[in-house]
Design a protein around this ligand. Sequence first.
Ligand code: PMP
Length: 315
Amino acid sequence: MSFEKTKWVWQNGKFLRWDEAKIHSSAFGLHYGVGVFEGIRCYETAEGPAVFRLKEHMDRLSASAQVYQLDIPYSQEELNEAICETIRRNEFKSCYIRPTAYFDSGSLGIRAVCPVGVNILTWEWPNDFGAEKLAKGMRVTISPYKKFHSSMIPTTAKATGNYLNSILAVREAASRGYDEAILLDMHGNLAEGAVENVFLVKNGRLLTNDQNSSILLGITRDSAMRIARDLGYEVEVRALKLDELLDADEAFLTGTAIEITPIREVDGRAIGAGARGPVTEAIQKTFFDVVSGRKSEYLRWLHPVWKESGARKAA
Ligand code: PMP
């Protein structure tokens, strides 16, 4: 991903031009990696741009902030409006949204007596893996880096420092030519992808794990489970063994950035037929219909960007 400067960034209650949106070099979050954030997508729909599951993302941001006692000085309503206004000002039809709350400049003592800064960045970021991987699946590897156990750092909080682990795993996987890394937990069970949750399909049933396997509880994971159940598939939630991934009929990863992307190969071994399977395809297709506003029963998951201004704009 290379950034194109967007027009507007929201920072601490103000809309700033890209080049003005700066943070001081003494910011606590920079030195110790203490911040919490969200990755959210806004999709183009026939009714204009709409943010997917905004409430669930902002609830998770609040829950993550609570873990680190980051007292966000804005209400969820204020942040929701700031997000929508940032998208409107940037004139995006679809985009990725990155709200971040972090300890700002105050002191560098480890007790973190600091004010909390909040940023909202938005930018156009189509699926990282692109249409080809969405259709054909990706090649993943089991990382030599384990996912840290949630008793060490809570994995259900989406905190900036957590990503040291993911970044090591992804870069190591990329250096060996793989698209993505899957991390095992400290018991050797599947944890998750570097920034995705894992699903397996076996005999027409879906399997995925939960927070007991040191994962972030993904909002795409929740969406995929609900869509799968609505399509009539059973979903079993439990710890998953590596062997079960290797023996699966199908496997896929879920996450805001990569949406629902099949896994076609793990360390050179084909999963199932080595291509996107029919169950994955059915869930993926419904997911894209849902996020694009083509499924009326899921419209509650879409937050229209233009509603607050009373001027809903055709995309
Ligand atoms: N696990 C990790 C570690 C992640 O960073 C993400 C991305 N937020 C996910 C899973 C998937 O979560 P979501 O579907 O909410 O994007």
